[in-house]
Each structure stands twice: as C-alpha cells, then as structure tokens.
Design a protein around this ligand. Structure first.
Ligand code: ADP
Ligand code: MG
Length: 381
C-alpha cells in the first residue's frame, strides 16, 4: 500500500491544501512564490485562498471526486483542524499527507488532546471529562470555579461556559446540548503564550520565539513577540512544545498554546493547533522564514529553515468590527507607519468578529511595538 515517495518534492510540483481561508491563502502565496503550484479544496466560491490557487476545487471536504483530484497532488496539507480526519487518512493511502490524520484527530478533541499532552509528560489544567449526567457529581468540587468546554468544535472562546458550582455546571452542560465536554479548573493566568514548532523528524525540528497573546472577547487581538517573559521560561516553553511534537511524531507546523500560571509562573499547556497559527503571522515580516514557508518545506520533505526573530514586533488582528457603516477603515493609520506591514485577506463581507486581515508592527522593543500597534489599531476606526 505504501506508494508514497519520500523523496524531497521540488517546484513546480502541485501541492494540495484542505481549506482555503486566510491561512490557506498565506500558504498558497508562500508556495507560489517558491514556484510550486497549488490546489485548494474549499466549498466557498469566495475562499480567500482561491485567488492564489492554480486549481480551486469548490466542493465539500468529503467530496469523493474532489478528494480524488487532491490525491493527484505531490503532497497535501491542511489549514484548519476541523477538517474531516478520515479524508486525510484516505488521502494518505495515495499521496503524502502532513500533518497525519492521526495528529489532526487528536487536536480536534480536547479529551484526546489533554490525554496526549499528559502522555508527553507535560502539565495541563486539572480537568474531568463530562460525558453523562453522572459525571456532574461531588468530585467536580475541586475544579470550581471552572470552565466547561465542549470536547469538539470549539474555537475563539465559543463552546465554553464558566461555572462556579454543581448547579451551574449542570445548567451549563444542558445549555451546551449535553455533548461530551471537558471541565477545567480556572487557573490564575499571568499571561498566555504560544510556541510554533516546525518538525520534519526528531532530528530536524525548530521553534519560533514564543508569542505573548492578548485576547479581546475570546478572539486573539495582539501577539507580542518575543513574549515579555524571562529567557529561561521562553526556552522552557520551546522545550515543552518540542516534546509534544515528538510525542505525536508530528510532521509539519504545530502551534502549542500555553498559560503562564500564578506567582511561580508555571507553564501549563492549554491546547494545540495542527497548522500555522494566528499568533505566528508576524513570522511573515519579522522572521528569517515564515510559518507558511515552513509549512511548504515540511510537507515537501525539506527540513525547517531558520526561525530567528529579526526584530521585536506586535501583530494585531483586523476584525470586521473596525469597518464603518459605509466605506473602508482608515488604512493610512497603518500605511503611513515606517515599519508596519498590512495584510488583508480579500474577504468581501466585513462581519463583527470576522478576521479580515492583520498588520505587524516592528520596533526596537516588544513594548514599543505593542504601543504603536495599539495606537494604529485605534486609529483604524
Ligand atoms: P479556544 O479553542 O476558544 O481558543 P481555549 O481553551 O484556548 O479555547 O480558551 C479560550 C480562552 O479562555 C483562553 O485563551 C484563556 O484566556 C481562557 N481560558 C481557557 N481555559 C482556561 C483556564 N483553565 N483557566 C483560565 N482561563 C482559561
Ligand atoms: Mg485557544
């Protein structure tokens, strides 16, 4: 069955991607720049990646004919974790697929994800699986106040409810539709960081500098890089992320979100994403190699290239919220900056909470970059 050729894949080979959102778009731009051709599978005719694809398969993610077309690509990857892991396993029978359907399936499910994080010897928040009415019982007491999260399909803070006692837990579980959930203890967060790992195999692995992530209403607003943490803690975060990638025998780009907890600043692994991550967009403008270039390299069997951060920076997301009733945001707020890079994703409709673009502000320090980014962002409206 193993017809997969493990040789390095070179341009102008055709690379396939499941999903054509902004991450797929930036992947396609990187691949095209390097001279590869790109095939995108996305059911949306307006998919942001379609503008940069040689072929846009406008079909469902489990469409048999579309998957057959994708299987003709030299290699296939994905840009979102809620892709059908079975589609990836099926594709893997005839072409090179990374990350593996197995890794993607783990990252799709908070219960499995936590089990694997534990298996890799890494700390998670104390938690309990809530899958049946009987699970809402006395031994939840130690987890209050806590957060109830659906095991699957949560993102940007959706599918989560904060609970203080058993009655609230029972109500929250009912409100979430009595689906399988994870109840996590609420931790005393000092900051949130993420580490992006690029792994071909155990000997060929590299991490980007940790990003410090600030959310507004559950959605990433700013990533400040490097994270404003002691050097030793930054290194420890990178080691934890590498250990998780090794435990999964991961191939590709893996984002690992962590909490910095309490006065002791303990690192706790929160969740992972089996793809480039919003908190890694600064790598396009502030690192030797971007996370999307790395995604292309790794799926093609090339080792990760240099992840060095060339300048402190701050990435700010641009959500649909900043659009006025008529017209466009004040783009000059960013374009008149000497060291800011604007990225817009070509989405037609600016809805509240929708990620329309981002910009990365470089500066001589992380604090200065953050201040400038906040000022430019405020001036967009
Ligand atoms: P999502 O898939 O929506 O990103 P997360 O598990 O990352 O879900 O949770 C969203 C946010 O909720 C986190 O970025 C963090 O701010 C907060 N959060 C999640 N879990 C905890 C926890 N155990 N303790 C404190 N805050 C938490
Ligand atoms: Mg998260």
């Amino acid at each position: 069955m193993n017809s997969v050729n493990k040789a390095v894949i070179l341009p102008p080979a055709m690379l396939g991607i499941l999903g054509g959102g902004q991450l797929g778009r930036m992947f396609a731009m990187a691949a095209k720049r390097m001279g590869y051709r790109v095939m995108v599978l996305d059911p949306d005719a307006q998919a942001p990646a379609a503008a940069f694809a040689d072929v846009h398969l406008c079909a469902a993610y489990d469409d048999v004919a579309a998957l057959a077309a994708l299987s003709e690509c030299a290699a296939v990857t994905t840009e979102f974790e809620n892709v059908n892991a079975d589609s990836m396993l099926w594709l893997a029978q005839s072409t090179r697929v990374s990350p593996s359907g197995h890794s993607v399936a783990i990252a799709q499910d908070r219960e499995q994800e936590k089990a694997w994080i534990g298996k890799a010897g890494l700390p998670t928040a104390p938690y309990k699986v809530i899958a049946a009415a009987d699970d809402v019982c006395a031994d939840c007491e130690a987890l209050f106040p806590g957060i109830l999260k659906t095991a699957t399909l949560g993102y940007d803070g959706k599918g989560q409810v904060r609970v203080r006692n058993q009655a609230e837990l029972a109500q929250a579980w009912a409100d979430l539709g009595k689906v399988r959930c994870v109840l996590e203890k609420m931790l005393d967060l000092r900051s949130e960081i993420s580490v992006i790992v690029c792994r071909l195999n155990s000997a060929q692995m590299a991490c980007f500098a940790p990003a410090e992530n600030q959310h507004i209403d559950g959605i990433l607003a700013y990533s400040i890089v490097p994270a404003r943490l002691p050097e030793a803690l930054q290194q420890q975060a990178q080691q934890l992320a590498c250990r998780l990638a090794d435990a999964l025998d991961y191939v590709g780009v893996l984002a690992v979100e962590m909490f910095v907890v309490g006065e002791e600043m303990q690192l706790v692994v929160n969740e992972m994403a089996p793809r480039p991550h919003n908190s890694g967009h600064h790598t396009l403008d502030a690192c030797v190699t971007s996370q999307f270039d790395q995604q292309v390299r790794l799926m093609c069997g090339l080792p990760p290239a240099d992840t060095t951060l060339l300048s402190p920076c701050c990435m700010a997301n641009i959500l649909g919220d900043v659009w006025p009733a008529q017209g466009e945001p004040n783009w000059l707020a960013i374009l008149q900056q000497q060291a800011a890079h604007l990225h817009l994703y070509g989405k037609q409709e600016a809805r509240v909470g929708r990620k329309m673009g981002h910009f990365t502000q470089l500066a001589t320090s992380a604090d200065a970059a953050f201040d400038l980014a906040k000022a430019s962002h405020a001036a967009l409206k």
